[in-house]
Design a protein around this ligand. Structure first.
Ligand SMILES: Nc1ncnc2c1ncn2[C@@H]1O[C@H](COP(=O)(O)OP(=O)(O)OP(=O)(O)O)[C@@H](O)[C@H]1O
Ligand SMILES: [Mg+2]
Length: 428
């Protein structure tokens, strides 16, 4: 075989060099694919955790909503008969009502982790919400920790859900106290909430949609977070609190982030390092005139007519029966779907309205509604459920006249009942 010429060798080297170049390019490409893959994998894992969390949340939320509904209905009855109460007793009742509403908001938050329902926003004074949290902190934590609320009353208004913002501050405050305790409490320790005097335009904050934002700073002088914790702090179910006296669920910051970014189209970031403490920066939309144009509160007027209440929870059923009977309605109670259908048939033509729970043993609410529609296509139904019904496209569900999310105030239910019964074609 003839020896290759110098040019031939040079050509071969060039081809080889080109191939090596290609290999480098391929390797780079592969690395970037690998990085993308691990990101997707991480997101998927988070999604799976959220899904199982969601299923669990729906079950717990359902039971809690029923419990809260019972308490709410009895509280409403109490406050309607409060002539004999002293002013402080009236205030106590109102405080319990507020707590029940907060409880309901917490339950809703759990549901929202897997379910994107939109809640009403109003024009809220951040001071009022923060002050409540700081008062609680003052009463329940060591005096050595200085609590500073550097926000003036009547000055800073955001467009937000008041209960959710309360939850945000409670979670951040609880974490702050834990962080200070974990470091070892000493003089000079501080938890502080302040606001940047200048509002920021979303144009300067590229990640935010539109309008003007307030920047809040929630600071503590606690143990701080190393990089590895910082990276995962907002992940659902991530916690470092595994000790015997302080176990965490790892849900606090996941909820905080969800509330701020998804529910309020805001933004949250955290700045922290071990020994330096932690600062959360929270951006929330500044309130404008269009925020919180709420309906005026409903007033009880009472009425007449026969209402079939189908709910498997005795405390919900009985409290609603008591309240609605007080307002002049005749009530037929039923404890499950089958009983509901039997009562509906027995009282054919006499039932003016059905108040229907969705999740029940034996026959679920949807099936009962389907059966009732076969008997009377014009049956008037108000659905009362602990879930944000995700299937409003379902023609059976759509046939209902109204939908109330548990727990609701009796005034709201009564107004909904009147609206349905006052519609033309009702004999009540
Ligand atoms: N202010 C803080 N200072 C130091 N570390 C914090 C702070 N806030 C949160 N962390 C860290 O982030 C983790 C996640 O916080 P998160 O509030 O989500 O869950 P948790 O407090 O552990 O449990 P849960 O809030 O559900 O009771 C904490 O376990 C902690 O390690
Ligand atoms: Mg927490």
């Amino acid at each position: 075989m003839a020896k290759p010429t110098y040019e031939e060798l040079e050509n071969k080297v060039r081809v080889l060099e080109l191939r090596v170049g290609h290999l480098h390019l391929l390797e780079k490409e592969l690395r970037s694919l690998e990085a993308q893959f691990s990101l997707v994998e991480k997101q998927l894992r988070q999604r799976q955790r959220m899904d199982s969390l969601g299923t669990l949340a729906q079950g717990v939320a359902h039971d809690f909503n029923n419990i809260l509904s019972g308490i709410m209905a009895y509280l409403n009855l109490l406050s309607l008969a409060d002539d004999n109460f002293s002013p402080s007793q009236k205030a106590y009742v109102q405080n319990i009502v507020n707590s029940v509403k907060r409880g309901a908001a917490t339950v809703k938050q759990f549901q929202n982790l897997s379910n994107r329902a939109v809640s009403p926003k109003e024009n809220i004074d951040i001071y009022t919400v923060a002050q409540e949290v700081f008062l609680l902190l003052e009463k329940t934590t060591d005096k050595l920790i200085e609590k500073r609320l550097d926000i003036e009353k009547d000055r800073v208004f955001v467009c937000a859900d008041i209960n959710e913002i309360h939850q945000v501050f409670m979670n951040l405050a609880t974490n702050a106290v834990h962080a200070i305790e974990a470091k070892g409490l000493k003089k000079g320790d501080r938890i502080r909430l302040s606001v940047n005097a200048e509002t920021r335009k979303s144009a300067d904050l590229q990640y935010l949609p539109r309008g003007e934002y307030y920047e809040f700073l929630f600071e503590d002088t606690g143990i701080g977070m190393p990089e590895a914790v910082l990276e995962k702090a907002f992940d659902p179910l991530f916690t470092t609190k595994t000790g015997p006296e302080n176990t965490g669920q790892g849900l606090g910051l996941a909820m905080v982030k969800d509330i701020i970014t998804k529910r309020h189209e805001g933004h949250i970031e955290v700045d922290s390092s071990p020994g330096r403490g932690t600062v959360f920066h929270i951006f929330l939309p500044k309130a404008d005139d269009a925020c919180g144009l709420e309906e005026p509160p409903a007033v009880i007027q009472g009425g007449s007519g026969t209402i079939l209440i189908v709910d498997d929870d005795p405390s919900v059923r009985e409290s609603l029966q008591r309240a609605l009977e007080d307002f002049g309605y005749r009530i037929i109670p039923a404890g499950d779907g089958e009983e509901g259908l039997a009562r509906f048939k027995e009282n054919a033509g006499a039932v003016n309205l059905v108040l229907l729970d969705m999740i029940m043993p034996k026959m679920p609410g949807r099936e009962l509604l389907k059966q009732m529609l076969k008997i009377d296509p014009d049956v008037k139904v108000i659905i009362s459920s602990g879930h944000d019904e995700g299937h409003f496209e379902d023609p059976i569900i759509k046939s209902a006249k109204n939908y109330l999310k548990k727990p609701f105030e009796i005034t709201v239910l009564e107004k909904a009942i009147r609206q349905v019964l006052d519609q033309k074609g009702c004999s009540a």
